[in-house]
Design a protein around this ligand. Structure first.
Ligand code: GLV
Ligand code: MN
Ligand code: MN
Length: 424
């Protein structure tokens, strides 16, 4: 049990979050700092400096991650012990907020400072990572940096193209990375003693139940799809309603089918259509083609695979009824990932010891942690999101809540450091 008080500096955390929020794309709404953008690139110098000032040895790895290492007593003595890693991301969605991911990076750096101030020296090396591009990018790939470290960034990801016609591989090159090196950046499976990530909840559960800390039970699996509908262009004034092959109304029916599927999930499940396009896109032409991009998420793998099948069938039946042909392409899938029970226990015990109330919660959001599970046992700590809002400009978590999360993170790191092994 830790005897010394490990106390984060609330003012410093709040100032760091405010400073990072200064690096935004002023042409966009909210606090936009998308991966590969100029403000993102500039902001990472700020993050690297902050890591350096906290006493971390900072490197930029081949996967575009900023990696800060705090050498432990064992490696200083020439001994080998598995390392601990913590971190998150500092990119945002378009129109996003100031806390998603950011709390996990700046909070981890503050945890290092707090451990140092408390005179707690870890035995194991501790890595603090700002992972490259966690949010889905224009190529449809999320978690570029954590995939690279986990060894699941694949050649086909590099070939994916965005709206500009540019491939992700070329974009990596344009920002000074070697795409082939990014594919070979993997740490050995099982090489981590533990991975732990602090994050805002991004949903309403903690606020509604009045708990201060969320002990994450599992990260939802995600299935993403693109559906394309092909009908026929006709004059919108002269073609009777019963003589049309309208691709957009078939797509609209699919949007409602997708929503119904999410509403019918028995335990935990959501379904969202995030984007829709129609062609030729004129008032006076019946749309000949429509495309939609949607996703299903759940911590319940059985529901997720059942929902995939039901959606394909129902979308197809409705399109057929309208005489519109269709095609569904499943773009990415990510299985639901449970957190390690042993890490959940350490987080809960740490919260109890600090007098912070906690509750087990699922994560509907995706996280770098879901990939780090390839390297070792993984756990996540949530702090509440005001109004359950996230991925929007209003995203907010009070500093006092963030500080509680950092306290629990620091305490958990220190406990895990002492454990001989952590069961996955
Ligand atoms: C990332 O925030 C995601 O859950 O999509
Ligand atoms: Mn996010
Ligand atoms: Mn996030």
């Amino acid at each position: 049990m830790t005897q010394t008080l490990i106390e984060p500096d609330a003012q410093s955390v709040e100032a760091a979050i405010a400073d990072l929020a200064g690096y935004v794309d002023s042409a966009q709404d909210g606090w936009t700092r998308q991966v590969f953008s100029d403000p993102y690139r500039a902001s990472r110098e700020f993050v690297a400096k902050r890591m350096h000032d906290a006493g971390l040895e900072v490197t930029h790895d081949a996967g575009g991650n900023i990696v800060g290492r705090l050498p432990g007593r064992a490696s200083a003595a020439g001994l080998t012990l598995k390392s601990i890693m913590t971190g998150s991301h500092t990119d945002t969605v378009r129109g996003g907020g100031r806390f998603d991911g950011i709390v996990g990076v700046l909070g981890a750096i503050e945890a290092v400072e707090a451990l140092r101030r408390a005179g707690v020296a870890l035995n194991r090396d501790l890595y603090v990572v700002d992972f490259l591009g966690e949010e889905p990018n224009e190529f449809g790939i999320s978690c570029v940096g954590s995939r690279s470290i986990a060894g699941i960034l694949l050649p086909e990801h590099l070939d994916m193209t965005g709206a500009s016609g540019q491939s992700m591989g070329n974009t990596l090159t344009a920002v000074g990375l070697d795409p082939q090196a990014a594919l070979k950046n993997a740490w050995a499976p099982g090489s981590l003693h533990a991975y732990i990530e602090l994050h805002i909840e991004q949903g309403p559960l903690l606020e509604q139940s009045g708990h201060e800390i969320g002990v994450v039970t599992a990260i939802a699996g995600i299935d993403r799809l693109m559906a394309k509908f092909i009908g026929r262009s006709d004059h919108a004034g002269a073609t009777p309603m019963d003589a049309r092959l309208d691709a957009l109304t078939a797509a609209a029916a699919a949007v409602l089918t997708i929503e119904r599927e999410g509403c019918g999930a028995p335990v935990h499940g959501v379904a969202t259509t995030g984007r829709i396009e129609s062609y030729p896109g004129s008032f006076n032409v019946v749309p000949s083609e429509a495309r939609l991009w949607a996703e299903l998420r759940s911590t319940d793998s059985e529901w997720l695979s059942g929902a995939k099948g039901r959606l394909a069938q129902e979308i197809g039946l409705e399109a057929d009824r309208r005489g519109v042909s269709h095609m569904i392409e499943w773009l990415t899938d990510q299985d639901a990932v449970p957190t390690a029970p042993a890490i959940r226990d350490v987080i809960a015990t740490s919260a109890d010891r600090l007098g912070h109330t906690w509750a087990p919660v699922p994560s509907g959001a995706g996280h770098d942690a879901a990939h780090m599970v390839h390297l070792g046992p993984m756990g996540m700590i949530f702090v509440p999101s005001t109004g359950g809002r996230s991925h929007c400009a209003e995203e907010f978590t009070p500093t006092a809540d963030i500080v509680r999360g950092i306290r629990v993170l620091a305490e958990t790191l220190s406990e895990l450091d002492r454990a001989e092994t952590v069961a996955a």
